[in-house]
Design a protein around this ligand. Structure first.
Ligand SMILES: [Zn+2]
Length: 260
């Protein structure tokens, strides 16, 4: 019936809430928020993939077995994961700088030795577009965190084209804020040239969430293989009963395994 939208009722696979009131076309990667826990489609998809890959059964978090022997790191993760995942697995959300008091600091560009080879699971969502180039270093860091056979569950906005690096010669740089509120990036290249970039894209407030690139899917696979990953899979399906529906084929959550 034209003009009548298809209503979706789903059970949030993270908190178990029954969520009503969304039209099917209202669900997409960053929306479709659960009224109870605040998860969006992407967050629910990450949890769904963790359950499928860790336990071989794609159950909601509440039905996961208690496996506190599984050590998991979130990389600047959705804060509520701590509350929902910790009863089931030993989950630690990390931050890359000291502005988040009380959370362990972990820089995936240079993980300290005590982190290396320790994790069974790493969740890294919407981080890889923000790290300074070369991005391979971040993929290497993710690989270094995991033990053999360890699982990476991640998402990053991507295209099906080649990667576009916005600041390929980034070296010594700062963000300059203008009186009208707009910002520029000033970079001094390694050979001393001064560069200015306007029209910056921030995913939030500070320089830490400056968009540095749009990765291409083939490049993501290359970076992963070079970092020691195999079994690379993209979530190319929906799980409507958990409110997981992607409008577009790009930027879907992915999984990969550290070569054992
Ligand atoms: Zn929920």
């Amino acid at each position: 019936m034209q003009g009548v939208s298809h209503q979706v009722t789903f059970t949030c696979n993270i908190c178990g809430a029954l969520v009503r009131g969304y039209a099917f076309e209202d669900l997409d990667r960053e929306v479709g928020v659960c009224s109870e826990c605040g998860s969006n489609v992407r967050i629910r998809a990450l949890a769904y993939l963790v359950g499928c890959e860790l336990f071989g059964r794609c159950d909601p978090v509440a039905h996961w077995p208690e496996r506190l022997d599984i050590l998991a790191y979130g990389i600047s993760d959705w804060p509520e994961f701590t509350h929902h995942l910790r009863p089931k697995i030993s989950y630690i959300n990390t931050q890359f700088d000291s502005t988040f008091a009380g959370k362990p600091m972990l820089d995936i560009l240079e993980p300290r030795p005590n982190w290396v080879g320790s994790a069974d699971l790493v969740i890294c969502s919407e981080v890889l577009e923000h790290v300074v180039p070369p991005v391979q270093k971040a993929f290497n860091g993710l690989g270094a965190l995991l033990n053999k056979g360890g699982l990476l569950v991640f998402s990053v906005p991507h295209s099906f084209k080649e990667t576009v690096e916005y600041f390929p010669e980034l070296h010594t740089w700062e963000i300059e804020t203008h009186p009208d509120g707009t910002r520029s990036l000033i970079n001094i290249t390694v050979d001393g040239r001064r560069q200015r970039f306007n029209d910056l894209v921030f995913h939030g407030g500070g320089a830490a969430v400056l968009e540095m690139r749009v990765l291409g899917l083939d490049a993501i696979r290359r970076h992963l293989r070079e970092a020691g990953f195999c079994d690379i899979k993209m979530m190319d399906y929906d799980v409507i009963e958990s409110g997981i529906h992607f409008k577009y084929p790009w930027s879907r959550p992915m999984t990969a395994r550290k070569i054992g």
